[in-house]
Design a protein around this ligand. Structure first.
Ligand SMILES: NC(=O)C1=CN([C@@H]2O[C@H](COP(=O)(O)OP(=O)(O)OC[C@H]3O[C@@H](n4cnc5c(N)ncnc54)[C@H](O)[C@@H]3O)[C@@H](O)[C@H]2O)C=CC1
Ligand SMILES: O=C(CO)COP(=O)(O)O
Ligand SMILES: [Zn+2]
Length: 350
């Protein structure tokens, strides 16, 4: 008997481009949401675009809640505000933090939410994954994706450049994430989606092919990376997990977040992780140097010192990364300290 089934959750409206923020009201109208919107934002994005968002919903008396940290307390505060203000849906305005918080809160409240990213910092801004630190856990969990994404490249292009290069590096890391996923499929019978794997790889390839156009101050950079982030988010939706975009390089990054908190940002850490894990997959003659060159060409870090972490922190993250999640990767049951030093040295990371 045929017994396969799948449920792919995707945003319905995705607007990317110059000035599309002014079409937010129109994009929301098409979703048949009702009631008061609650804007979930953080201080800088609120200053930059809060009024442009709320004025489009003036007839529905919008409310705003400003959050600062990605924490369960912030989610509670959003839930309490939404209940007190009788919100009908949420609009997340900002980088990854307010978007993750709104994603979790809207799941809890059974309300729809719309994402208005102001930084193209990673593919969580469009995906059905949310990442809120809980105890020692740093990786994402499933949460419904936004019903719509309105990504204004004029705003995204003015965000700090390192957030854009982090978004690019998060996409480049899809190369090794897919290699890890295929490996887990072969060795551990982990379910693999050809569609999601191919889309994720193609997304990384297209971004690298456009690397020459990714330059500080060019709005086209925001356009290229945001389209890739959407595509990567779709790959995760097809897979029903973060597997197409998260392998051992992400485990390494999640460990760095615990070992060296606040020193480097997600996309930059996964980029460096990807150089290392590509070497582990394919050896000296593999494509690790292409990944390194692609990262360098878009101004993303390629070494421990560029990340602002110590060599020892890199080694500790590499040797312990396999323990943090039930996700089989090239790190297998763990690599030794000697192996970690060797690969980090051979790739010039330390
Ligand atoms: N859901 C997921 O799958 C994933 C979630 N994450 C999470 O996302 C968060 C990191 O995302 P970020 O976007 O870096 O965090 P963020 O929302 O804190 O933004 C970073 C900084 O950039 C500022 N900013 C944003 N847009 C700006 C603009 N246009 N102009 C000037 N400043 C602007 C913010 O005010 C903030 O200070 C972390 O909590 C991380 O754990 C990371 C990877 C994946
Ligand atoms: O960052 C992500 C994909 O780029 C999400 O992956 P994780 O599930 O490892 O948090
Ligand atoms: Zn990522």
């Amino acid at each position: 008997m045929f017994d396969k089934s799948t449920w792919i959750k995707l945003p319905r409206n995705v607007l990317v481009g110059h000035g599309v923020l002014d079409q937010l009201g129109e994009a929301v109208d098409e979703l048949y949401l009702s009631g008061r919107p609650l804007v979930v934002t953080s201080p800088t994005p609120n200053e930059l675009a809060g009024d442009r968002v709320t004025e489009q919903f003036a007839a529905d008396d919008p409310a705003t809640v400003v959050v600062e940290t990605a924490s369960f307390e912030s989610i509670e505060r959003v839930i309490d505000t939404a209940e007190r203000e009788d919100a009908g849906y949420l609009i997340a305005l900002g980088g990854g933090k307010p978007i993750d918080i709104a994603k979790m809160a809207s799941d809890h409240l059974n309300l729809g939410f719309v994402a208005v990213p102001t930084a193209a910092s990673h593919d969580g801004i469009v995906s059905g994954r949310s990442s809120i630190p809980e105890g020692d856990t740093r990786h994402s969990v499933a949460a419904d994706p936004p019903l719509a994404v309105v990504a204004d490249t004029e705003i995204l292009a003015k965000a700090p450049w390192e957030l854009t290069t982090a978004g690019c590096a998060d996409i480049i890391s899809n190369y090794t994430a897919v290699k890890d996923w295929r490996l887990a499929h072969r060795l551990k019978n982990v379910e693999y989606s050809e569609y999601a794997g191919a889309l994720s790889e193609l997304t990384a390839e297209m971004l690298v092919d456009s690397a020459d156009s990714i330059k500080k101050g060019h709005e086209e950079s925001a356009w290229i990376v945001t389209k890739a982030l959407v595509s990567s988010g779709v790959a995760m939706s097809i897979a029903g997990s973060s597997r197409p975009a998260s392998g051992a390089e992400h485990l390494f990054s999640h460990q760095l977040d615990r070992i060296a908190p606040g020193k480097a940002i997600h996309g930059h850490q996964v980029g460096v992780g990807s150089i290392i894990t590509e070497f582990l997959h394919s050896g000296e003659k593999g494509q690790w140097s292409d990944i390194r060159a692609a990262l360098a060409s878009i101004d993303a870090p390629t070494t421990a010192s560029e990340l602002g972490v110590s060599d020892q922190e890199v080694i500790e993250a590499l040797t312990t990364a396999h323990t943090i999640r039930d996700r089989y990767t090239i790190l297998g049951d763990g690599i030794t300290e000697e192996a970690a030093i060797e690969v980090a040295t051979a790739t010039g990371v330390i």
